[in-house]
Ligand binder design. Structure first.
Ligand SMILES: [Zn+2]
Length: 235
């Protein structure tokens, strides 16, 4: 029955391979890398928001400048006109128009100041974000490297285990190995086991002493199985 001991060794390696594969998909390094990615994206979103504010405010400043010039030209024209009119009603109307254009001109100045404040605040925010951006990029680079090295380590482990597995399975007859594979589909960690006292190592149910004696008496060509779960039993 040493063949079953060999099979048990194959199963031990198979369990280690599954555990290593599970570890690859549940690495703390992946969680850290994802967090670093999110942190960087958040900062880049804020920078893009600042840029958009600067662009939009600058475009409006250009427009306000143009309007201001138009108003200035208009005021020059109106003031010239005012010097030439004689009729008091006409002069009054012109004065009223001059007052309106002057008020509009002043509102444009206020708006330009306001927009310059927006640009200044956005530029300040951007300069504050710059060092955070640099450090978030470097955190992400380190996290990516840490993840890749952690993965490489486990990949090497898995490669070594697979090699070990193929060496171990060489001594197990192909038909037994395929029965084992079929049993493993239902019970990945318990297709073959040892007894602990009368207890099956796979399903943890007790096997009667009579059945155990019968199994022990089996010829080497027969492979004893747990009457409850069908796991091969290694004595
Ligand atoms: Zn069992």
């Amino acid at each position: 029955m040493t063949v079953l001991s060999d099979l048990l060794a194959v199963q031990t390696t198979d369990i280690e391979i599954s555990q290593a594969k599970h570890r690859v998909t549940h690495l703390q390094e992946t969680i850290d890398r994802d967090a670093a990615k999110r942190a960087l994206a958040e900062i880049e979103t804020q920078i893009a928001h600042c840029d958009a504010e600067v662009t939009s405010a600058s475009a409006e400043i250009t427009k306000v400048d143009r309007l201001s010039h138009e108003h200035d030209d208009k005021l020059v024209k109106l003031n010239k006109q005012l010097k030439t009119v004689i009729a008091p009603r006409e002069a009054e109307a012109l004065q009223h128009e001059i007052a309106t254009v002057t008020a509009e001109r002043s509102a444009l100045d206020d708006r330009e100041l306001e927009l310059m404040g927006v640009v200044e605040a956005a530029e300040l925010k951007k300069s504050e974000l710059a060092p955070l951006h640099v450090s978030a990029k470097s955190v992400l680079a380190s996290a990516t490297m840490a993840l890749s090295s952690a993965k490489q380590k486990i990949d090497a482990e898995i490669a070594a285990l697979l090699e070990q597995r193929s060496a171990q399975s060489l001594v197990v007859p192909a038909s037994l190995l395929s029965t084992y594979e079929a049993k493993r589909k239902h019970r990945p960690d318990g297709a073959v086991c040892k007894l602990t006292g009368p207890t099956c190592g796979s399903c943890h149910l007790d096997i009667s002493q009579g059945e155990i004696n019968a199994m022990r008496a089996m010829p080497d060509s027969d492979f004893p199985e747990c009457p409850h779960c069908g796991s091969f039993i290694v004595f």
